[in-house]
Design a binder for this molecule. Structure first.
Ligand SMILES: Nc1ncnc2c1ncn2[C@@H]1O[C@H](COP(=O)(O)OP(=O)(O)OP(=O)(O)O)[C@@H](O)[C@H]1O
Ligand SMILES: [Mg+2]
Length: 228
């Protein structure tokens, strides 16, 4: 069973004026342990696809199963629980909470869990160490560089040990050196077993993935696995 299975998935954005078909029949399996790069022109549906995979949006039509669970059959509540426990998100603009410290921001990644508080402290410490932010635990986001903010956001996304990490242009606001450091962290997480799906415009990053999925106009144009 693949970790992620999309079968003829369509997603329309609809308002009173018009309907935008953002995904137009996506069929795609992603196995546990893959490192997938989603590429394609602006407007081709990359972010929309990531939102569907992350269960933030439900398909308008077609089937989506995450870890064998048909997403259309889960209540909003059940979906939120599953998302909190199994899926980590990283965004281009970091999305950290300004008035919380690095430690507190990362701890937010555990807010739906019922671990004992001392257990939570260990998990947050471990996540901070994995991204090399242990020495900045008490800093606020505005006291950090962009690369450090993104490392903090990654720690928040992985602190609960999700099965998949979804990253939408995570290095879009970073210089090349910080971008490569972030890629290194994602590669390391993948080597330890986390499935990673990243949206990127950088060919050098896509080349580091085990598979490239190229979208055109809401459809999969090319899906190629790298021979290794
Ligand atoms: N909330 C929304 N309401 C209406 N249309 C939307 C919405 N979000 C995205 N779209 C449209 O859906 C299509 C796909 O958008 P999406 O954001 O997935 O593209 P993308 O590949 O991520 O582009 P980019 O590389 O610019 O981030 C576009 O035509 C976009 O205008
Ligand atoms: Mg996008």
């Amino acid at each position: 069973m693949p970790l992620i299975r999309l079968d003829d998935v369509h997603l329309n954005y609809t308002d009173t004026e018009r309907t935008v078909p953002a995904l137009r029949g996506i069929t795609l399996d992603i196995d546990a342990g893959e490192f997938v790069a989603v590429v394609g022109p602006s407007g081709s549906g990359k972010s929309t696809l990531l939102n569907v995979i992350g269960t933030l949006d439900r398909p308008t039509r077609g089937r989506y199963a995450f870890e064998g669970h048909d997403v259309s059959k889960l209540s909003d509540n059940a979906l939120a629980q599953m998302r909190a426990a199994r899926i980590g998100f990283v965004f281009q603009n970091f999305n950290l909470i300004d008035h919380l410290t690095v430690y507190e921001n990362i701890k937010l990644g555990l807010r739906y869990r019922r671990d004992h508080l001392t257990g939570q402290r260990d998990l947050v410490d471990a996540a901070m160490d994995r991204v090399g932010m242990g020495h900045r635990a008490d800093h606020l986001p505005r006291q950090l560089s962009g690369g450090q903010q993104q490392r903090c956001a990654i720690a928040r996304a992985i602190v609960g040990n999700p099965s998949v990490l979804l990253a939408d242009e995570p290095t879009g606001n970073l210089d090349s050196q910080n971008a490569q450091q972030i890629l290194g962290i994602l590669n390391e997480l993948n080597a330890r077993g986390t499935t990673v799906v990243i949206v990127t415009h950088a060919p050098s990053q896509a080349d580091q993935a085990s598979r490239i999925v190229e979208l055109h106009d809401g459809r999969v144009h090319i899906s190629s696995r790298r021979l290794s």
